[in-house]
Design a protein around this ligand. Structure first.
Ligand code: AMP
Length: 122
């Protein structure tokens, strides 16, 4: 899928829409989800134009990838959930129910995330 430069996270990256920033590094931005699912709900996004994890894995540089992975760890420390635990959620495309077509990881914590996806019937 081609990258849509008008998606909401692209606008946040360009400063056209505000966000509550948690962390910014050379290649990564982390900010609070506008509709939090738990007391801590931070979105971590690469600054580059990647739609899915697959795009990020194949098109991003090793420096961008390393920066992204480290930033997620840093967010868990900054938010005080590294010890109590947290869930990383990453949705892709139609079957993943991805709403915003800019690759992102949800860092969710501060309360139990609940069980995993329920198993399929049958
Ligand atoms: P996903 O379904 O994985 O694409 O998740 C998109 C997430 O972006 C949802 O949890 C939304 O609440 C969140 N979101 C949408 N618009 C904004 C915004 N302007 N600022 C912060 N989070 C947003």
């Amino acid at each position: 899928m081609a990258y849509d430069t008008q998606n909401i996270f692209a606008k946040i990256l360009r400063g056209e829409i505000p966000c509550t920033k948690v962390l910014e590094t050379a290649h990564t931005l982390a900010f609070r989800d506008i509709n939090p699912a738990r007391p801590v709900h931070v979105l971590v996004i690469p600054k580059g134009p990647y739609v899915t994890w697959s795009d990020f894995a194949t098109q991003a540089s090793p420096a961008e990838q390393a920066d992204f992975v480290r930033a997620i760890g840093e967010v868990t420390r900054l938010e005080g959930i590294a010890e109590s635990g947290y869930r990383l959620i990453q949705n892709n495309g139609d079957h993943g129910h991805q709403e915003v077509p800019h690759m992102h990881v949800h860092v969710v914590g501060g309360a139990s995330a609940g069980p995993m996806l329920r198993r399929m019937e049958g």
